[in-house]
Structures are given as C-alpha cells and as structure tokens.
Design a protein around this ligand. Structure first.
Ligand SMILES: Cc1cc2nc3c(=O)[nH]c(=O)nc-3n(C[C@H](O)[C@H](O)[C@H](O)COP(=O)(O)OP(=O)(O)OC[C@H]3O[C@@H](n4cnc5c(N)ncnc54)[C@H](O)[C@@H]3O)c2cc1C
Length: 394
C-alpha cells in the first residue's frame, strides 16, 4: 500500500506555497513536491534580476514583503522571502521530487477500489533524478492522494530556435551571472524583456553586445518602462549593435549566420564571429502531465481546461493553480503571479464544499468569497486584493 495524503500540490513556486498555506488554514492535509528547489523558476533567473510587479502584488499568504531599499524585489530577496514564508508556516515541501505520472486509482485496480480506499483517487509517480523532461523519466516512488493541484508554472524550457548549431555549448537559453560574459562578444537573440534586459546588463558588465530581432523595431508594449529608453539610447549610440529584421540561420563554434531583410527586400546573409549566443526568445510549459490527464485545451497556448470558479479540471480532484493555467504564454503574457492569488481560496472552497457535502458538490456553484469559515490567510488575501485594487500602476 502506498503512502496516502489528502491533497498533493505539485510545484513549490509562489502559488503552490500559497495554496498549501491556504489548505493548512482550512485543515486540509497537504504535501508539496517540486522538481527543483523552493521557487525553482525564480532560482534560474539571472542574479539580481528584479520583479516588474510591485512587492504587494507578489507577496503571498498575507505575509508582507519588504525590501531593504523599498524597491521591487530582486530574485535573491524574493527567494529569501519564500524560504521565510515556508519556514514560518512549516509548509511540508519535498524538493527535487518531479511528478512524472498521475493515474486514476480505479484504472490501476481494474475498477475495484475497496471502500477503505475510496479517498484514493489519484496515484502519483515521482522521479528523484535531476533530469528535466517529465515525459522521459520513470517513477521511483509512488504516493496516493484524493486531490492534486497542478501549480506547475508555465516556463519550464527555453524556446528553441530550430537552427543547426543551437545545441553547441556556447549557446544558452538562460542569462547567467553577468560576470562571466565580461570581455566577450555576445549575440543576444530576442526583443522582449529578457533579451533587452540581458543586452543592457551585459553591455554594462563589459561585454560586446549585439542584439538580433526579427521585427523592424522593438515592440511598442511589453518592455519594462525603465528598460526601453536605455536600450534605445544604447542602440542609437552604437554601444549595442542591433540587427533588426534579422534571423539566425546557423550557429557554429566561431560564427553565427544572420539573414537580414524585410519581406519586400532581397535577404542578405552575414557570417559574424561571436563567443556566446543567448537565445532569449521565451519559455515553454512542460505540459506532459496535462497531456497524460487529457485536460489540454485546443488553444494555441495548450492551456489546461478548467472551471474558473473552482479551478477544477474536467478530471475530478485535479485542480490547476497559478500561471500554469495560461499554458505556454508566448509573447503577450496575461497570467502573472499577481492575478493568481485567488486560486488557492477557490480550490480550498471547493474541497471544503466537497468534504461537507460530496453529493451536492458535483457541478455545484461554489462561493469563493465571504465564506465565514475562512481563516486568517483568507483575510490576508482580502487585504492583498484591496491593496492590489488600490495600486493599478503595475
Ligand atoms: C526574468 C523573469 C521576470 C519575471 N517577472 C515577473 C513579475 O514581475 N511579475 C510576475 O507576476 N511574474 C513574473 N515572471 C513570471 C514568474 O516567474 C511567475 O509569475 C511566477 O513564478 C509564477 O508562480 P507560479 O507559482 O504560478 O509558478 P512557478 O513559480 O513557475 O512555479 C512552478 C513550480 O512547479 C515546479 N514543477 C513544474 N513541473 C513539475 C513537476 N512535474 N513535478 C514537480 N514540480 C514541478 C517547478 O519546478 C516550479 O518550481 C517573471 C519571469 C521571468 C523569467
């Protein structure tokens, strides 16, 4: 018999942690598992990257987030904050446990689940190896649960260029510590926040930076307001070399081939020498669990199907929370941490409704607000919501 826990939260990002704390306040037994460390997604941002959301909006579970200079939190400050919140609420998290399979218990037992096991709806298979792709891993540990919350985020893999040479060791989908690029010729591919921020930081850090973007100019919207004037100035002065209307067609150990030219122009090919290539062209969700559960919508983002009132997917007892609901958000992000803070309470409301009245809960209209049973965390959420409404600037 496998170990049993009432609910499992997959993902120890901010929303997974916030969900577990909400469950604790409601007396719902839970455990959290993450494929990496606490706040894994934020942990791979380049050192000292800052959130663009203000601190009120990324604070979780009603715990204020203060920074030493009142500025928006950096990666380091936020990871520190997450660890503090986890310790404060003693959130039970197992790190470096990737969930690689979720199967209905009935199908494992040929439809003959014993009455004593009726709470065991789902069997989760975990891999404790450090590999990336869930689809390619086999489970080495199992756990049964009644309900599962997929708070798995949406940025598991960097997007690929689809050109020869992109797997060479000097080609990367992540900006690393700025120090390592000092004195090097770096080509940055992309024209949105990650690419623009990397171009500025690497230039200031002593790299010789070129920026390659497929459009005629940087996008009008979607770039942090404090980055745009700086990158435009650097491009104008020639401090950052720019290749607009350009695409990379091949990368070798020494050179990158660029094809330049608009739709009505004859394309020109340049072969240029670079030491490092950063392809900062967005990230993709690992949707393998959604596919296993057959809850993928037909939207281009591959977002999961779910009821926005309860966050439950078409699979009973399987919920989604956080930015995972947006699937792969390509260029225009609409789901951010700041607009997901109501997910934990919705799920807890639905689970509590199910526990008190299982028969009524199926397809029932649920109420996520004004529930008198809600504890401190819910009051914290309300406070947070109010503060969000009062600060429409970010
Ligand atoms: C440079 C940068 C700056 C950003 N700035 C902002 C910002 O200012 N404001 C904002 O709102 N957003 C910002 N984002 C997006 C931000 O990362 C998300 O909003 C935030 O992390 C979402 O939290 P989450 O809990 O929904 O998901 P995540 O933080 O992505 O957490 C998901 C977790 O699930 C885990 N996981 C995934 N699959 C599995 C599995 N199979 N088994 C176990 N664990 C699994 C992952 O390891 C991860 O820890 C930024 C992103 C980047 C890259």
């Amino acid at each position: 018999m496998n170990e049993f826990v009432e609910t499992v939260v997959i993902g120890a990002g901010p929303i997974g942690i916030e969900t577990a704390i909400e469950f604790q306040h409601r007396g719902i037994e839970t455990r959290v598992f993450d494929a990496g460390p606490v706040g894994h997604t934020i942990s791979w941002w380049a050192p000292q990257t800052r959130w663009f959301s203000s601190n009120d909006r990324i604070a979780i579970a009603g715990v204020p987030l203060h920074t030493i200079d009142q500025a928006k939190a950096s990666r380091e400050e936020y990871l520190n904050y997450l660890r503090t919140v986890v310790d404060q609420f003693q959130v039970p998290i197992s790190t470096f446990h990737r969930v690689v399979s979720i199967t209905p218990i009935e199908s494992n037992q040929n439809g003959h689940a014993a009455a004593s096991e009726s709470l065991r709806r789902w069997r989760l298979g975990f891999s404790r190896s450090r590999g990336q792709n869930a689809a390619k891993q086999t489970p080495d540990y199992f756990l049964d649960a009644n309900a599962v919350v997929l708070a798995i985020g949406g940025t598991d893999f960097p997007n690929r260029l689809g050109v020869p040479g992109e797997d060479l060791p000097h080609v990367d989908g992540y900006l690393r510590e700025v120090h390592r690029y000092h004195g090097r010729r770096v080509l940055i591919i992309g024209g949105r926040n990650s690419a623009v921020e990397a171009a500025i930081r690497l230039h200031r850090g002593g790299a010789k930076v070129s920026l390659c973007y497929h459009r005629e100019q940087l996008p009008e919207d979607g770039i942090k307001y404090w980055l745009r004037p700086e990158i435009e100035g650097l491009i104008r002065s020639g401090s950052v070399q720019s290749f607009f209307q350009s695409r990379v067609t091949e990368i070798t150990e020494q050179t990158v081939t660029l094809e330049t030219g608009g739709p009505d122009q004859k394309p020109q090919t340049h072969s240029l020498p670079f030491d490092d290539v950063l392809a900062l062209i967005g990230y993709q969700q690992d949707s393998s669990l959604f596919r296993q559960l057959e809850i993928v919508s037909e939207l281009p983002s591959g977002a999961p199907l779910y009821d926005p009132e309860t966050m439950q997917t078409p699979r009973e007892g399987i919920y989604v929370a956080g930015t995972a609901v947006g699937g792969t958000q390509s260029s225009k992000y609409q789901i951010f941490l700041e607009n997901c803070h109501d997910h934990p309470a919705k799920i807890a409301d639905h689970l509590c409704g199910e526990r008190s009245s299982p028969a009524d809960s199926k397809g029932a209209t649920h109420q996520s607000h004004g529930n008198p049973e809600r504890g401190n965390s819910a009051r914290g959420d309300q406070g947070l919501r109010q503060r969000i409404e009062l600060q429409p600037e970010s």
